[in-house]
Write a protein that binds this ligand. Structure first.
Ligand code: BDR
Ligand code: CA
Length: 321
């Protein structure tokens, strides 16, 4: 069972990722959820969302939620399209089925930032903790900058939902949203680590979040109904922009659960942090022309039916409260 810190910005697809992780105690143990701006820059709201998701699954006393960066490292927050996609409350403006909690923000670990927590927890468990990042890489970059080599070497591995190779994006023509929302952080993180798995758009675009699978989630149980509800606005707005809704964040969790559903290729991946049109673009050197280690496994292919089956089978095991 792999112990992870899940760094996220919940978030419609982050929410499904959290459910999938909670439904998979045989494979993953979430030691903590750390919150980063991204889909919204109100980290209180995002942290509250994470707490409520945990409450829905009766896991709130087991997993701390720790707030992190509320702005990118070196650029202004330009995440307004994220707020449009995920809606004002981050989850498609759906109310949580826990009535009292909608108005009562839950906060934990006020005295420590996400970056500090990540460093402390990793150093206390050297070689054991996987960082799974499904939002912008700001918290991880801060942890790298503060924690240095000792911290970097103590991380087991890094699994990132973000990026795309081949020159296309979802937030801009060139860049995927998590990297576009903090390109400087992305560059620091891809420079620092030597064992990264990049679960980017090349892979997640093969997993459409369509009516058929939404209906299957809905039929499971109350949490499945909730997944159906929160994905309604998300899918509609993306379709209206001629974009294709897909499973982004849950794919990173699925990789941790069932890596044999995926294929990938190693490359050295670097992040453009200054391009006029390409800021946040991930660029892959497959052949070593930069003379740098091929530090990243770029996922390129996923078994679509296998993913759907595993997702539904696992979600089906969740119980509410
Ligand atoms: C990523 O951007 C966010 O909007 C999603 O939560 C996901 O992490 C997809 O590009
Ligand atoms: Ca996310």
């Amino acid at each position: 069972c792999e112990r992870i810190i899940l760094d996220c910005d919940p978030g419609v697809d982050d929410s499904i990722a959290i459910f999938l992780a909670l439904a998979s105690p045989d494979k993953i143990k979430i030691d903590a959820i750390t919150i980063v701006m991204g889909n919204n820059n109100d980290v209180d709201l995002l942290a509250n969302n994470a707490c409520l998701l945990l409450q829905m699954c009766n896991m709130s006393s087991d997993i701390p939620v720790i707030k992190g960066a509320n702005k990118p490292l070196a650029s202004a927050y330009h995440g307004h399209s994220g707020i449009q996609v995920h809606a004002q409350n981050g989850i498609g403006n759906v109310k949580y089925p826990i009535k009292d909690l909608n108005e009562n923000p839950v906060e934990q670990y006020k005295d420590v930032s996400a970056a500090q927590f990540i460093i402390q927890h990793v150093l206390a468990n050297p070689g054991v903790i996987t960082l799974c990042a499904i939002g912008p890489l700001t918290n991880i970059a801060l942890a790298v900058s503060i924690g240095g080599e000792k911290f970097i070497k103590s991380v087991r591995r890094l699994v990132i939902m973000g990026g795309s190779v081949g020159g296309f994006g979802n937030k801009t023509a060139a860049a995927e949203a998590n990297l576009a929302n903090d390109p400087h952080a992305g560059r620091i993180v891809f420079d620092a680590f030597n064992d990264i798995t990049m679960v980017g758009l090349n892979c997640t675009r093969q997993l459409p979040l369509n009516k058929e699978i939404r209906e299957k989630m809905r039929k499971l149980h109350a949490i499945g109904q909730f997944c159906f509800d929160i994905t309604a606005h998300y899918t509609e707005i993306l379709q209206s922009w001629n974009d294709s809704p897909c499973f982004n964040d849950p794919t990173a969790i699925m990789y941790l659960i069932k890596p044999d559903l995926f294929e990938g290729q190693r490359a050295c991946v670097d992040v453009e942090d200054s391009g006029r049109l390409t800021s946040g673009q991930t660029v892959a050197d497959w052949t070593g022309r930069w003379g740098r280690p091929l530090q990243t496994l770029v996922l390129t292919k996923v078994d679509q039916n296998g993913f759907a089956k595993e997702l539904l089978d696992r979600l089906a095991k969740l119980t509410m409260f």
